[in-house]
Structures are given as structure tokens and as C-alpha cells.
Design a protein around this ligand. Structure first.
Ligand SMILES: Cc1cc2nc3c(=O)[nH]c(=O)nc-3n(C[C@H](O)[C@H](O)[C@H](O)COP(=O)(O)OP(=O)(O)OC[C@H]3O[C@@H](n4cnc5c(N)ncnc54)[C@H](O)[C@@H]3O)c2cc1C
Length: 378
């Protein structure tokens, strides 16, 4: 077996798999290794929202990245679906960002004004208008930002299609293959060691989510990425169809093609404890108060995953200073599905010696390593 490739990617979550897909599309030879099942960690979350405003992305480069993230996904997904013949459940619905009390209403209304000033297509809805438009809503809601069209996808299906396309283009995907160390020649990383096998490549990319710091510690690097735990529920109510996406300050509801409604998601700093908890479920149940009919729904599944979150909450991309042949792409936190296309494109350009574009400088990993060195220095 040939164990060399142009690029070796460690971690087959959505971030690593999207990168492998985009590299393979450009004709590169890629090998993607995962210690478990591809998509078996954070990327298995079923919500798959591609919304840029739902969680309040603020302003500046991060908002620009998320807007470009959606554009990329709108380009990549139809192409991927056509190429593989696989449906990733890319859907669009209107989104209501609802307030459940007066305080939330004030917060929501000032957010609405910000969005309006940015020239978005959002509109404000008073409670009566809201109920007329969507009778499923609770009469207790105090207002909402209405957005006519927002997108979501089902990540497990997206991942399946990406892996099929990678393989069709000659790329290699290996599951149950845990990287335990790097292969090095001086300050150049030349591959990865799995204990049993050694894999060589011109470039190694770490895309192993919250476990990236673990591997980087082996070469003396301290990457500030921590797990942000997320729990969600899959519920269903026969003969009921949720006609829209709903976002509240506590969480969201996303209707899926198979009749499930995804209720997500908690955001918890709980270390590496990947557990569904009573506190998490009771938090999510509060989101259901926006649509009273849903208290009758059947609870079909729970999910928990660890989102990789950097110190400033933004992705960490690009070369690791002081090393040749080694890069990282992680820290996508709550928006890894939305941002996988745009960060994959920027990484592909960088790895192919092309210009990754104007946003690149804002997201390079170097920024957090510099911060750390400066903090240590005084
Ligand atoms: C409940 C929940 C809801 C979410 N909802 C949304 C949403 O609506 N929209 C959105 O955009 N994002 C959402 N996210 C965030 C998104 O899922 C993550 O940002 C994204 O999945 C991170 O992808 P990743 O590939 O970096 O990490 P992961 O999916 O964690 O993948 C990392 C992979 O690396 C592998 N790995 C680890 N160590 C090694 C090793 N040593 N060797 C080989 N392989 C290794 C792991 O097995 C894993 O498969 C949600 C997350 C959660 C938890």
C-alpha cells in the first residue's frame, strides 16, 4: 500500500472532510484519517443551521466570514449533491428570532435595528402579527425578528456525500486510525504515526477538533482550544409540521425532512465530559414553550458533542509557526458546518500556494500563539 500523499488530514469531522473534498477537487492527493467513525464527534450534530444572524455574529471579519460561509455552502452543496447523487437535505425556511419577555424584546429589537442598518432583509414582527402569520406560536411571545429565508443542511448526510466524492477522486479515507505522533525531520513534519503504520505527506493538517491541542503538545505547542459542549434533542409529533425555523436566546427549533424537529443546543464549558445531562435536557425543554403543541411530541433521540472553541471564539487556520509542513484548521465552535466551506477554501488556496483572500489574515492560528507569548513575556 502506498502510504504517501500530498496532504494528510488528521480528523474526518466536517472541517477535515470538507478540506479533503476541496483539495481532491483541485487534483491533490489526500489521505484523511479518523480515530473513530468520520462524523462521529461534534460533526454528528443534526441541526446544521447555516444562519449567519441567528446566534448574533456581531460585526467585522467574523460576520464577513459567516456571510461568505453561506455563499460557499450554497455553491458547494448543489454541486456535491449533483456529483454524488446524494441528498444532503439542504433546505430553506423562514426564521423567526423570538422574544419571550420584555427584556428579550428590547434586546431583540436593538438587534433588529442593527441588522436593518446593515441592509439585511429582516423585518420586525409585533406579537399579534406573529400569531396571525404563524398560529403555532405561543401567545406569550413579545415580538420577533423575521427573516424570509434561511438555510440548513443535515451534517451526517453532507459528510457521507463528501466522503464518497473524496473516494471517487482517488482520495483515501481511513476510519479507526488514531494518530499518536508526528513523523519529523528536524523542524519539518513529514507525516503521522498511528502506532502500527506510518503515513508520509508533503503537508500534514490537524483537523481533529477539540483533540488538536493533545497532539500539538507532543511538539511543545500549547493551542488554546477548549471543548464547548452542546446537547440537542430530536423530537417528532405525528401530523404536525413546523413551518419555520425558530431561534430564542435559549436555543432553536429546526424542522427536518424526515419529520423530526431538532431542539438545540446547549453551550456548556464542561471539559471533555461528553454526557447528556438532566440540566441540559431541561434547558432545551424551555425552548419548546415557544410552540405549545410540541409538549405532546415524542422524544426520539438525544445528541451530545464537543465543539472546538478557541480563545476568541473564531477559527484557527494555517501554518504553525516554527514548523514546516504542518497546519491546523480548528476552533469553528458553534458554526463549524456553516464555516466549513469558506475555511476549507482558504486552506486549499494556502496549501496550493495561492492567495487565500483578504479574510485570511484575521483567522490565522498565529494570532493566539502570539497573544500567548506576549502574555508570558509580561
Ligand atoms: C449540539 C451541537 C449543535 C451544533 N449546531 C450547529 C449548527 O447548527 N450549525 C453549525 O454551523 N455548527 C453547529 N455546531 C458546530 C459544529 O458541529 C462544529 O463546529 C463542527 O462539527 C466541528 O467540526 P470539526 O471537524 O472541527 O470537529 P469534529 O467533528 O469533532 O471532528 C474531529 C475529528 O477528529 C477525530 N480525531 C481526534 N483525534 C484524532 C487523532 N489523534 N487521530 C485521528 N483522528 C482524530 C475525531 O474522531 C473526530 O471525528 C453544533 C455542534 C453541536 C455539538
Amino acid at each position: 500500500m502506498d502510504r504517501t500523499s500530498d496532504v494528510l488530514i488528521i480528523g474526518a469531522g466536517i472541517v477535515g472532510s470538507m478540506l479533503a473534498y476541496l483539495l481532491a477537487q483541485k487534483g491533490g492527493s489526500v489521505r484523511l484519517l479518523d480515530r473513530g467513525q468520520p462524523g462521529g464527534e461534534a460533526s454528528g450534530a443534526t441541526a446544521g443551521l447555516l444562519t449567519t444572524v441567528a446566534e448574533g455574529s456581531g460585526k467585522g471579519p467574523y460576520l464577513d466570514l459567516s456571510v461568505q460561509g453561506l455563499t460557499e455552502m450554497q455553491e458547494i452543496l448543489p454541486q456535491l449533491q449533483a456529483e454524488t447523487g446524494m441528498d444532503c437535505w439542504l433546505e430553506s425556511h423562514p426564521l423567526y428570532r423570538v422574544a419571550t419577555n420584555e427584556q428579550e424584546r428590547d434586546m431583540m429589537f436593538s438587534r433588529y435595528r442593527e441588522l436593518r442598518d446593515q441592509g439585511g432583509g429582516e423585518e420586525w414582527r409585533e406579537p399579534e402579527q406573529l400569531r396571525r402569520e404563524q398560529p403555532v406560536f405561543s401567545p406569550r411571545l413579545t415580538g420577533a425578528i423575521y427573516s424570509p429565508k434561511e438555510y440548513h443542511v443535515t451534517p451526517a448526510l453532507l459528510l457521507k456525500a463528501l466522503l464518497q466524492s473524496i473516494r471517487q477522486r482517488g482520495g483515501v479515507v481511513q476510519e479507526n486510525t488514531k494518530v499518536i505522533n508526528f513523523l519529523m525531520e528536524g523542524r519539518r513534519v513529514i507525516g503521522a504515526d498511528t502506532g502500527g503504520e506510518r503515513y508520509y505527506a508533503d503537508h500534514v493538517v490537524l483537523a481533529n477538533g477539540v483533540w488538536s491541542p493533545e497532539l500539538l503538545q507532543l511538539i511543545g505547542m500549547d493551542l488554546p482550544v477548549i471543548p464547548l459542549r452542546g446537547q440537542l434533542l430530536g423530537i417528532a409529533l405525528p401530523s404536525f409540521q413546523l413551518p419555520c425555523l425558530i431561534n430564542t436566546p435559549r436555543g432553536y427549533l429546526v424542522p427536518k425532512k424526515d419529520g423530526h424537529i431538532v431542539v438545540g443546543a446547549t453551550q456548556e464549558k464542561a471539559g471533555f465530559a461528553k454526557e447528556v445531562t438532566i440540566a441540559g435536557i431541561s434547558h432545551l425543554l424551555k425552548v419548546l414553550s415557544t410552540v405549545p403543541a410540541l409538549v405532546q411530541a415524542r422524544m426520539d433521540y438525544t445528541f451530545v458533542g464537543l465543539r472546538p472553541m478557541s480563545r476568541d471564539g473564531m477559527p484557527l487556520l494555517g501554518p504553525l509557526p516554527g514548523w514546516e509542513g504542518l497546519s491546523v484548521t480548528t476552533g469553528h465552535a458553534q458554526h463549524g458546518i456553516l464555516l466549513s466551506g469558506i475555511t476549507g477554501r482558504m486552506m486549499t488556496a494556502y496549501l496550493n500556494g495561492e492567495d487565500p483572500g483578504g479574510l485570511w489574515k484575521h483567522f490565522q492560528v498565529q494570532r493566539v500563539l502570539q497573544e500567548k507569548a506576549e502574555t508570558e513575556g509580561g
